[in-house]
Design a protein around this ligand. Structure first.
Ligand code: SF4
Length: 400
């Protein structure tokens, strides 16, 4: 039966949920890997593996959503809460540009004291100062949060943010797109499965390209992982707006949910299955940030064709225990040792060129930057321009 499903897929057939489950549970790991690799070769016969130089900036860690798998957020009023100032963000962009980067991945908590105007002003200020720089920003739950906070429908929020400079939406906050799971993880209220997919649908209709993600390894069943992939495949059939899929394992340290991290083999099997199920997605990223460089490199034999982002800064998975760091040189060495040609790309997966360090001198980064230096509790001066919603936020701004 496994052989029959493999043959069907190799002939261009599409797996059903039942067939996907059978492969996931019963196919030997090398069979899954060989099939996923063959599909990757069909889509990307040139032998290239891409990556992007960008910076993962978390503009605030204050969040009212309180997902129980998250070690990053701080509640409103916490002494460890922060909002980055525009000048701090500009400094991060300057550093990103100095190592050849061309975009920010900008995401943050659901902060009740940041109205839509704050995001618009930030995006406009970035574009005025760095016209060619790209903003891959605000996952669907953040867009929903802004929509609820400002009482503006999602399509209008997206239109305003695009007008201000938003270039694309990252696929964060999807976790598992099954409401039973979302309720158990306390992330149903930030976005139900339908709401997450609807934000992406609106974004695609507005002409944005976006990514899709899956965080597995908490409370979901195998069937629910596959349901997640099926829902993404359906939306991709409808809009064609997803550029890539990225999956990673839940990182348990310092989280309320606790538990264990799934193994490297489980990661490779899940990645391979996603290449098989998501036949309408061109690009799959290797999550070396959670799996480490070695499993990340192995991912290239299990369906991945992209090494994601050169990591300059990371705050979210590091808060939960993962702290792998690779600069451009290490990513390139990993790609070449695996037998591929490394190429820099942009957010639309268009090739920009060869590794930048072979074209000019760039500083090497051997340590990850953080959003804020430990103990820095400064409040950006421009926050006083925006109306706060929480009592704590109001007090803080009055005290400025
Ligand atoms: S995952 Fe995002 S939305 Fe959930 S608590 Fe953490 S920062 Fe907030």
């Amino acid at each position: 039966m496994i052989d029959a499903i493999v043959a069907k897929v190799m002939e261009g057939g599409r797996v059903s949920a039942g067939e996907a489950l059978q492969l996931y549970r019963e196919a030997p790991t090398h069979v899954l890997g060989r099939l996923a690799n063959a599909l990757r070769v069909q889509k990307h016969p040139e032998g290239l593996v891409t990556y992007i130089i960008d910076r993962n900036v978390n503009y605030t860690n204050i969040c009212v959503a309180r997902c129980n798998f998250c070690a990053f957020y701080r509640p409103v009023g916490s002494g460890e809460g922060y909002v980055l100032g525009f000048e701090e963000i500009f400094r991060k962009i300057d550093e990103t540009i100095s190592v050849g980067g061309n975009q920010l991945l900008l995401q943050g908590g659901h902060n009740p004291d940041l109205p839509i105007q704050w995001y618009e002003d930030l995006f406009r200020a970035v574009k005025a100062r760095y016209p060619a720089f790209k903003l891959h920003a605000l996952s669907p739950p953040e867009v929903l949060h802004i929509s609820k906070l400002s009482q503006i429908p999602v399509p209008a929020v997206i239109a305003r943010l695009v007008e201000a400079g938003l270039d694309s939406i990252p696929g964060g906050g999807a976790e598992i797109l099954v409401d039973r799971v979302r309720k158990l993880l306390n992330c149903y209220s930030k976005a139900s499965s339908d709401e997450w997919l609807d934000v992406m649908r609106h974004a695609h209709h507005a002409g944005l390209r976006t990514t899709a993600t899956m965080m597995y390894g908490t409370v979901e069943t195998d069937e629910e992982r596959i349901e997640h992939m099926m829902r993404l495949r359906d939306l991709q059939d409808e809009t064609g707006g997803f550029t890539a899929f990225i999956t990673w394992s839940y990182q348990p340290e310092h989280t309320e949910h606790g538990g264990f991290e799934e193994t490297g083999v489980d990661y490779l099997r899940t990645l391979a299955l996603s290449r098989i199920v998501l036949d309408n997605f061109d690009n799959l990223q290797a999550s070396w940030v959670t799996q480490g460089g070695k499993v990340g490199q192995l991912s290239l034999a299990y369906g991945a064709n992209d090494m994601g982002s050169v990591m300059i800064e990371e705050n979210v998975v590091r808060a939960a225990g993962a702290a792998y760091c690779m600069d451009e040189l290490e990513i390139v060495v990993n790609i070449e040792d695996a037998g591929f040609a490394p190429k820099r790309r942009n957010m639309h997966y268009e090739i920009l060129g060869d590794p930048i360090f072979r074209e000019r001198d760039v500083p090497r980064m051997l340590a990850l930057a953080t959003a804020r230096t430990d103990g820095d509790t400064s409040v950006p001066e421009e926050l006083s321009r925006y109306e706060a919603r929480s009592r704590y936020g109001k007090q803080l701004r009055l005290g400025q």
